[in-house]
Design a protein around this ligand. Structure first.
Ligand SMILES: *[C@@H]1O[C@H](CO)[C@@H](O)[C@H](O)[C@H]1NC(C)=O
Ligand SMILES: [Cu+2]
Length: 229
């Protein structure tokens, strides 16, 4: 989850998010470079008392500031497309979890694993005990085995929602009547928090998402427990 007054992204907990963070840093460096150059040029032109006759009808500089931005665009676009198609690929998932957005909670179905299904409602502030996060905790976690590729199928029952976990680098629209797909690998055990990211009505802020990543052995124990319920 994010910490108070956080400025940057959350730390990556999946290879996909790792790639996104690298790409963000790469692009930000280019932004700094351009900003510095433009600011420098503006300052020079504003403070010089003379008219810049050598910057009027100057074919050489026109050439440079047309071709250079084109190259910079390519340097941004190519890694961006690489990540886009990399994250689109669902490579032999170990498990498939279907998540359905409702007003205002998420429900989960493990259709290829013991047919587990349950709802996940936000825990009301009154039920919280020390150490739990207000507006982020849910009564039932979506438990997944760590270091396993997970395929998420995402849809909605009523209106648009969006299933999001920032530290796993996933955000997929939940659309009624349509099935969207995304994938992630949780590289570490732990709890990953997210919130509905498509405005969906009065309680849009009160339908958080919690993914719990555990070693496979514990995942199996959990799935058997869920069967008994
Ligand atoms: C999900 O489905 C909708 C509608 O079919 C589409 O517009 C959207 O781009 C899809 N993908 C994601 C990642 O949300
Ligand atoms: Cu929602």
């Amino acid at each position: 989850m994010a910490y108070p007054s956080q400025l940057g992204f959350q730390d990556a907990s999946s290879p996909g998010m790792e790639e996104l963070l690298h790409f963000h840093d790469h692009t930000l460096m280019i932004v700094f470079l351009i900003s510095t150059l433009v600011l420098y040029t503006i300052t020079i032109m504003m403070t010089t008392p003379l008219t810049n006759t050598n910057s009027m009808d100057a074919q050489e500089v026109e050439m440079v500031w047309t071709i250079l931005p084109a190259i910079i665009m390519v340097v941004i676009a190519l890694p961006s497309l690489r990540i886009l198609y990399l994250m689109d690929e669902v490579d032999e998932p170990h498990i498939t979890v279907k998540s359905v957005g409702h007003q205002w909670y998420w429900s989960y179905e493990y259709t290829d694993y013991n047919n587990i299904s349950f709802d996940a409602y936000m825990m009301p502030s009154n039920d919280l005990y020390h150490g739990l996060f207000r507006l982020l905790e849910v009564d039932n976690h979506m438990v997944v085995p760590m270091e396993s590729p997970v395929r998420m199928l995402i849809t909605a029952e009523d209106v648009l929602h969006s299933w999001t976990i920032p530290s796993l680098g996933v955000k997929t629209d939940a659309v009624p009547g349509r099935l969207n797909q995304t994938t992630f690998i949780a590289t570490r055990p732990g709890l990953y928090y997210g919130q509905c990211s498509e405005i969906c009505g009065a309680n849009h802020s009160f339908m958080p998402i919690v993914v719990e990543s555990v070693p496979t052995k514990y995942f199996e124990d959990w799935s058997l427990l869920m069967l008994d319920v």
